[in-house]
Design a protein around this ligand. Sequence first.
Ligand SMILES: Nc1ncnc2c1ncn2[C@@H]1O[C@H](COP(=O)(O)OP(=O)(O)OP(=O)(O)O)[C@@H](O)[C@H]1O
Ligand SMILES: C[C@@](O)(CCOP(=O)(O)OP(=O)(O)O)CC(=O)O
Length: 324
Amino acid sequence: MMNNTARAHTNIALIKYWGKKDADLRLPLMSSISMTLDAFYTDTNLVLDTEDKRFYLNGELVTGKASERVISYVERLQKLFHVSGNFHVISQNHVPTSAGLASSSSAFAALAASFVKAYQLDISKKGLSILARLGSGSATRSIFGGFAIWHQGQNSATSFGEAIDETPEMDLRMIAVELNTKQKKISSTQGMEMAKTSPFFIPWIHENEAQIIDMKAAIENNDFTSLGELAEQNASQMHAVNLACETPFTYFEPETVALIHLVQDLRKQGLECYYTIDAGPNVKILTELRNSKEIQKAVKQLLPTVKIVESGFGPGIQYLNEQI
Ligand SMILES: Nc1ncnc2c1ncn2[C@@H]1O[C@H](COP(=O)(O)OP(=O)(O)OP(=O)(O)O)[C@@H](O)[C@H]1O
Ligand SMILES: C[C@@](O)(CCOP(=O)(O)OP(=O)(O)O)CC(=O)O
């Protein structure tokens, strides 16, 4: 049996994607910039010519909505490339699923890559990023390591991810504080639709262009302080949009807010760090290597039971061994 296993690492957006202009094509209303992480990843093998269509995640058969999303995604790619047949998607998440730790970014990047391998298609990384986008927007950026940008584009052909710097020199660590890794109630797809009802949604989109320019400059200049300040501001704005919706909602839990205060306090004490938060309660703290251990100690003191995972820059898409 051919092994088509692809490994994709998750990425965390520093300038976030939160809003679509075309839901079916997953065309965003803004560009986004991310850091690919080495600590979290997904391995996915698309097995062809099976008796039926199935999705296995972490060794268990998945049914219902989560399975439909994955199966209909593969069917969509099959149509695009004029191929057909049954398949099994066999995937392992080395990241908590649906908890705002970007499992969908690594999931659909790995699945798109495995599809391309299974059907022996000759696709560039840019093309692969476009295919990944059809599964989950943030997956466009997980094709690349280091820092990546997703250009919002005008249509499917112009909305793709690109590497900014795959082997950055910046001393940047991301400390993921896993408060709660239960599946969230409002998926990212739902959350960003609801966000459109917020009076802050249009201003949020307008801020994006300048933030992208500034974040690119911070990366180019190896400027951790500017990167952290911008990332924190951008994440806070995204969560403010959600709180002001017609039906207000938030992904924050009490511990999320406690960690925001902790980061601010540590900064006052001279330990430079910043937070970013995605569609879930978990907090990611941006810092430099020299302060990382002390910050983790402070988090443990405040919340002794949480799991903490430190991450550096991860690589782009990879294929695992050829034969099994
Ligand atoms: N390994 C996998 N293979 C295929 N689909 C997966 C895999 N892991 C997660 N998914 C699917 O990805 C989606 C998770 O996206 P969702 O937006 O809810 O959560 P998330 O993990 O917080 O990701 P993000 O932070 O990118 O929003 C779910 O539909 C889930 O079933
Ligand atoms: C807050 C975010 O993590 C939202 C990610 O949203 P998804 O990429 O999961 O959304 P869909 O395209 O609907 O699948 C910000 C980001 O990663 O840019």
